[in-house]
Structures are given as structure tokens and as C-alpha cells.
Design a protein around this ligand. Structure first.
Ligand code: PEP
Ligand code: MG
Length: 600
């Protein structure tokens, strides 16, 4: 099998020769194997609006441009850090190019020129960028210098990046993609990913993105094989190239040879057979060999996942991420729209409980209609995210609570609050919930009696460490291990550059989980785990051993976790968890857990 990891060499192969197989490595984030033609998302041409501005808006427009240039610099710096992982010769070339792009964005003719045009011509920033790029290109073209002529392409690329940022251009027209294709892109937002139809798209691969970010979660929810964080991805893939995306090992193969293709086709068939076998577990309970019963629920990213949740035998919806209601639109959904969608989900679950989480926006989950709240802060994950936004903008939260209370009449529902850090936050929301209920009642609206249980996500270390204090204020806990790991270890869950350091088995994370579970058990309130580890059979023994009995995960993962639990002796798993909790580092813990899983 001939392979080639060096992008420079691939491009050097003669046109007529058969394409050289090329293997790339990244982070496998959604299980399964996809084989199909690549479709490279063009980050090029975007339509540019042009309009005149009144004098009092000029300074704001200049600031908007400065913020866009800053964001572009951050994006390029991130691409540069990815480039450092390429083979040496390619790393040097890409890094040189990106340095040139960075230089064009700081105190350059381009940035000064755009700023001057906004002020002088009183036009919007996008139009000013376009005009300045055209002017620079004309000057370079007139210089009759081959080196400068080649730089025109770079300037245009930087200009397009700026325009895309200014326009917050993040909607992708995935509906137009050829059937069975593999989407290849620099980066995909969770909102982009939500637009992919698994019936059309076979899988995707990107340069940026971490294994626990929301794009990865969306991929798992859609059941789309995906590999993220592949540094050299865009260097040698062209639309139409045959491509394999192996979401299990994190490998991508471009133009596979016959031998590789056959091996992957066989592997894909094996996975399909295993999935068929797992279907037989649908009706069976998640009960261990020593008769300990677990509840396996589904995390829902999009309403269409209900079908998968039911097909997988979910006991309910353990986490309904309501962010989908706000994605890919420029306005906010009103109470009626939210009520209709929630009611549909509650009714669709046919009497099984639905845990609806209030809006968790901010951090990497942004929506254009609320963009003014997020600005360009340096640490979005530590900023105005989730419940903090809801409490700062009470009308947003009140609208959601009204819709949830109304929907709760149609079936069992629980209300879950994201990113709680203090007791004060819980008290304020509970107060708000009662006021909303009173107003609805006064308007003659029928409400559930009693009101739905109000619970909180434990996903901030401070909340986990005060779980005993918070338990008395809450009706249930849901442990969000994705954020809990991110915040405990100070590792950005969506950043591929630090993905190797992201470790839910770090003793600090496990101690926080253990303390939270024990606090919940003492207070006699339900506690579940709904982070990504809940859906990985590898962790089932540890979580059950720590006393967790409710797990919530992407629907497709339920059968695998159920199979693991049905094979498990929880008494033995408890012994294993006790041993694990005495360990000093994640590697030792992983070894003990893997050893236990291999034996029992
Ligand atoms: C978590 O943080 O573990 C979680 C379930 O919430 P989200 O992934 O939506 O942040
Ligand atoms: Mg979270």
C-alpha cells in the first residue's frame, strides 16, 4: 500500500498518473466510516452589500471593522498553530503564507485603507474592504512583478475572510450538495452541522475543532462519521476526490488505493452488522448481571432526533438542548413557536419524561440574533454564557419558561438550567418560574400541577464543589462532564490543539463527579450524567461504580452502553471505582478501567 503524508508531494504527482493515496490524522469524533466523493466548501466568493452610513454611525462602523480584523487575526493564528503539526517542509511554507496574511491585517495598507474609506466615503465596512482590495490589486497588477502578482491572491483571500466575518456568514447551503458526499471545510460551526442531512451527506472532515465541542456533539447526534482537527486537510483534497472518513480512529484517506478501499468497505459492513445486532437490545432493560437497573435516556440536539431516540429504546430525553430553536436565523423564536416545538417533542416521546434545558448560548455556541450580547470578548467560555445571559436578559428566559410550562401540560417534563455557579442564580430562576406561572394562571392558561421539577447542570467546578449546598435548592442534578472537564482542567473542549490534554479521567474531574453524586444521594434527589462520557461504554463501569444510575447520550450510543451494562457486575464495578478514586493520575486510572473492562 503506497501512502503519502506530505501534501507537497501529492501536488507534484503528474496529472495523468493515478492519484497517490494520502492518509491524514485528526480527531475521530463520531463513530462510523464514510466513503464518498469530497466536497470542499468554498470559503471564497461572498456577495457584498454596499450602503451609505449617516455621520453618527461612522465610528461604530470603524470599530466593527477593527473587531473583524482582530477576529481574522485570531483565526489565522489558530490555523498557524495547526500548521506547526504538519511535516516540516509543508509547515514552513504554510506558516510563511499565514504570516503574510497576518501582516496584511495589522497596520497595513489594507487595514488603513479600509478604515480611511469608511470615514471618507461613509460606506459600510464590507464595501470598503472590497473597494480597497480592488485598488491594491490594480496597483500590484501595474507593477509587472511576478512575486507581487502572486500576492494578489493572498490579499483577496484575506479580504474574503474579513467580509465573511463582517457578514457573520455562517449559513451553508448543504441542501445543494451531491448525494453521499463528504464535506471538507476549514471549520464548521454547530449551526452549520445542524443543517446537514445525514440522508445526503456521508460524513465530514475539518481543519479546526475539538472532540468534545458542539460540532462534534452534533455529528454524533446526526450519526455522521467525522474527523476534526486535521492540519493538512485542505492542502491536497479537491472536490470530487474519493475520500474515506474513519470517525473511529480519526483517520482520513484521500484517493485510497484498491487495497485500502476494500479494507474500509469490509470494516463498514462489520459496523453495520454490529448495529443490527444491537437493535435486538431495544426492548431489553439496562440491567446489570447483579440486577442493578440503570436508566438510559437520549440527548436531543434537533427535534428530528426523536425518531432515533425511540428507535434506540430511550427511556426519555435526559437533555434537550434548546439551542436548535435559535440557530440559523436572524430573529428570535417567540413563545408560541417555542411552545409548539416543545409540545411536539413532549407528545412525540409518548409519556416518557423530557428534560428541557433553558438556552445555553455563548462560548462556541453563538447565534446571530443575540450577537450583540457576546461581542468579541477574549474568553467567551467564561463570559456571558447560558444562565448568565438568561438572567441578564430576563425576557429571553421568561419566554422560554412560559413555553416550557405550557408544553409541560402535554407530558412529563423537567426544566434544567445550564452553567449554574451559585445558589443565588437558582433562587432567582425559581422565583422567576413562579412569577411566570402566576401570570399564566391569571391569563387563564392551564398549567401542570405540580409545576415541573427544576434542576441544574453541574458543569462548573465551583458548582460541583458546592453540590451539597445546591442540592437543597434543586429537584435534580445533571452532570455535564464536557464542561466540567473543560473548566476543571482549563482545556478548551473545542480546540483541537489541546485535545490530547482533555481528560475526563483526570482525578480532579472524577472527585467532582463523586462529590456531586454523593451530595445528590444524600439529599435524595435524582442525579444523571449527560456529558459525552455517558455515551461511551468504556466509562459505564466507572459511572455506575460511583453510584450514577441515569445516563443520557446521543441516541445512537444507547444500545452500546446498554450492552456494556448488561454485561456488568455493579458490585465489582464499585470496587473498581474505589480503587480508581485512590489513584493520582489519569493514565493510571485509564489503565485500571481498561483492564477492568477487558476482564468483566
Ligand atoms: C456538558 O457540558 O457536559 C453538557 C452536557 O452540556 P453541553 O455539551 O451542551 O455544554
Ligand atoms: Mg455544558
Amino acid at each position: 500500500m503506497k501512502t503519502n503524508d506530505d501534501p507537497a508531494l501529492v501536488n507534484a504527482s503528474p496529472q495523468a498518473a493515478p492519484p497517490v493515496e494520502r492518509q491524514l490524522r485528526g480527531l475521530g469524533v463520531a463513530t462510523g466510516i464514510a466513503i464518498g466523493p469530497a466536497y470542499v466548501i468554498d470559503t471564497g466568493a461572498v456577495a457584498v452589500p454596499e450602503y451609505c452610513l449617516p455621520a453618527d454611525l461612522i465610528q461604530g462602523e470603524r470599530d466593527r471593522f477593527a473587531a473583524a480584523a482582530e477576529k481574522a487575526r485570531r483565526q489565522i493564528a489558530k490555523l498557524k498553530s495547526r500548521a506547526a503539526t504538519l511535516p516540516e517542509s509543508a509547515a514552513e511554507e504554510v506558516s510563511f503564507l499565514l504570516d503574510a496574511h497576518l501582516a496584511m491585517l495589522s497596520g497595513s495598507r489594507l487595514t488603513r485603507g479600509v478604515d480611511a474609506r469608511i470615514e471618507r466615503d461613509r460606506i459600510n465596512a464590507e464595501a470598503a474592504v472590497q473597494a480597497e482590495i480592488a485598488a491594491i490589486a490594480r496597483t500590484f497588477a501595474g507593477m509587472d512583478d511576478a512575486y507581487l502578482a502572486a500576492r494578489i491572491g493572498d490579499i483577496r483571500e484575506v479580504g474574503t475572510r474579513l467580509i465573511r466575518i463582517l457578514q457573520q456568514h455562517h449559513y451553508q447551503a448543504f441542501s445543494m450538495l451531491p448525494e453521499g458526499c463528504i464535506v471538507v471545510a476549514e471549520e464548521l460551526s454547530p449551526a452549520d452541522t445542524a443543517l446537514m442531512d445525514p440522508g445526503r451527506v456521508a460524513g465530514f472532515a475539518t481543519v479546526l475543532g475539538g472532540a468534545e465541542g458542539h460540532t462534534a456533539i452534533m455529528a454524533r447526534s446526526l450519526g455522521l462519521p467525522a474527523v476534526l482537527g486535521i492540519s493538512a486537510l485542505l492542502a491536497g483534497v479537491r472536490t470530487g476526490d474519493l475520500m474515506i472518513v474513519d470517525g473511529i480512529t480519526g483517520r482520513v484517506v484521500v484517493n485510497p488505493g484498491a487495497e485500502t478501499l476494500l479494507a474500509y468497505q469490509r470494516c463498514r459492513e462489520e459496523i453495520a452488522r454490529d448495529r443490527e445486532q444491537l437493535k435486538e437490545l431495544r426492548q431489553l432493560p439496562a440491567v446489570s448481571k447483579d440486577r442493578v437497573m440503570a436508566t438510559l435516556s437520549a440527548n436531543l440536539e434537533l427535534p428530528r432526533d426523536i425518531t432515533h431516540a425511540l428507535a434506540a429504546g430511550a427511556a426519555g430525553i435526559g437533555l434537550l438542548r434548546t439551542e436548535f430553536l435559535f440557530m440559523n436565523r436572524d430573529d428570535l423564536p417567540d413563545e408560541e413557536e417555542q411552545y409548539r416545538v416543545l409540545r411536539q417533542i413532549v407528545e412525540g416521546m409518548e409519556g416518557r419524561p423530557v428534560t428541557a434545558r433553558t438556552l445555553d448560548l455563548g462560548g462556541e455556541k453563538l447565534v446571530s440574533a443575540l450577537g450583540r450580547h457576546f461581542g468579541d470578548c477574549a474568553n467567551p467560555a467564561l463570559g456571558l454564557r447560558a444562565i448568565r445571559l438568561g438572567l441578564k436578559e430576563p425576557s429571553l428566559l421568561e419566554t422560554q419558561l412560559r413555553a416550557m410550562l405550557r408544553a409541560a401540560v402535554h407530558g412529563p417534563m423537567r426544566i434544567l438550567l445550564p452553567m449554574i455557579t451559585t445558589r443565588g442564580e437558582v433562587c432567582r430562576v425559581r422565583e422567576m418560574l413562579h412569577q411566570v406561572a402566576q401570570r399564566l394562571q391569571a391569563d387563564g392558561v392551564t398549567l401542570p400541577d405540580p409545576l415541573p421539577p427544576l434542576g441544574i447542570m453541574i458543569e462548573v467546578p465551583g458548582a460541583a464543589l458546592s453540590a451539597d449546598q445546591l442540592a437543597g435548592l434543586c429537584d435534580f442534578f445533571a452532570i455535564g462532564t464536557n464542561d466540567l472537564t473543560q473548566y476543571t482542567l482549563a482545556i478548551d473542549r473545542g480546540d483541537e490543539a489541546v485535545a490530547a490534554l482533555y481528560d475526563p479521567l483526570h482525578p480532579a474531574v472524577l472527585r467532582l463527579i463523586q462529590f456531586t453524586v454523593q451530595s445528590a444521594l444524600r439529599a435524595q434527589i435524582p442525579v444523571s450524567v449527560c456529558g459525552e462520557i455517558a455515551g461511551d461504554p468504556r466509562y459505564a463501569a466507572l459511572l455506575l461504580g460511583l453510584g450514577v444510575r441515569e445516563l443520557s447520550m446521543a441516541p445512537a450510543r444507547i444500545p452500546g452502553v446498554k450492552r456494556r451494562i448488561r454485561d456488568l457486575d455493579v458490585a465489582a464495578a464499585t470496587g473498581c471505582a474505589e480503587k480508581i478514586m485512590m489513584q493520582a493520575d489519569g493514565a493510571a486510572i485509564a489503565a485500571i478501567l481498561d483492564n477492568f473492562n477487558a476482564r468483566a
